[in-house]
Design a protein around this ligand. Structure first.
Ligand code: CA
Length: 225
């Protein structure tokens, strides 16, 4: 799932980028309101973390413009300490929730996940299952046949995307757009590396593989063997 962080303070933006990436999200960062608005209008984000005080266009104006454009991506707005008026205005301009600075990363993550769950953008289930493979979306934990398996956060994100699109053929491009961030300029074949890693975990020893390669198109995860 992709998250947009719109924040001009480099320290906060970088720590959110690192933290959310480690938690399995694909993160784009915009350092001003104009870029933030453009990116939010043109990409399928699961949620937006939006600061109020921004160069170019402030967070209130970004939120209002998105809602005027009928873009309903959940927005978590970052407000200043003692900014009760800001908080009221945040909700009035279309933010779904707010968090007062300085905030704890753990609280931000919990609020963000709650927003994503509540939005219609993703299914409400936190535990996804295909055959004997279980993915706990919140804990980012994968089990096969009751045994916990080690996977990198990026591999877990690819697996999550495949499970959410079970029985549908997904292209490498779709996987890239949803799991990698906007700044990714490497080789799209990186997707193959992750899919083969996931296969080695979930398909080893099966008579019929769950992950099917659809030649020239992409991959399909089957709901049953
Ligand atoms: Ca700021």
């Amino acid at each position: 799932m992709r998250i947009l962080v719109v924040e001009d303070e480099v320290g906060i933006a970088d720590s959110l980028d690192r933290g959310l990436t480690a938690d399995g999200f694909a993160v784009d960062v915009a350092r001003n309101g104009v870029d933030g608005l453009w990116m939010a209008q043109n990409n399928p984000y699961a949620a937006i973390v939006l600061d109020i005080m921004l160069p170019g266009l402030n967070g209130f104006l970004v939120a209002r413009q998105l809602r005027d454009d009928e873009i309903w991506t959940p927005i978590l707005m970052l407000t200043a300490k003692d900014g009760e008026l800001d908080e009221a205005e945040a909700l009035e301009t279309g933010a779904d929730d707010y968090l007062r600075k300085p905030f704890s990363y753990v609280v931000l993550l919990a609020r963000l996940r709650a927003l994503i769950r509540r939005s219609g953008n993703t299914p409400v289930t936190d535990v996804l299952q295909v055959a004997d493979v279980i993915l706990d979306v919140n804990l980012r934990r994968v089990e096969r046949a009751g045994e916990s398996v080690e996977m990198s956060p990026r591999a877990v994100a690819v697996l999550e995307f495949l499970i959410r699109n079970v029985d549908r053929v997904v292209t490498k491009d779709e996987i890239l757009r949803n799991v990698w961030d906007h700044a990714f300029e490497g080789d799209p074949n990186i997707v193959e590396v992750y899919v083969s890693r996931i296969r080695s975990v979930i398909d080893t020893g099966r008579s019929r593989a769950l992950i099917e390669t659809v030649r020239g198109v992409g991959y399909r995860l089957r709901s049953s063997q």
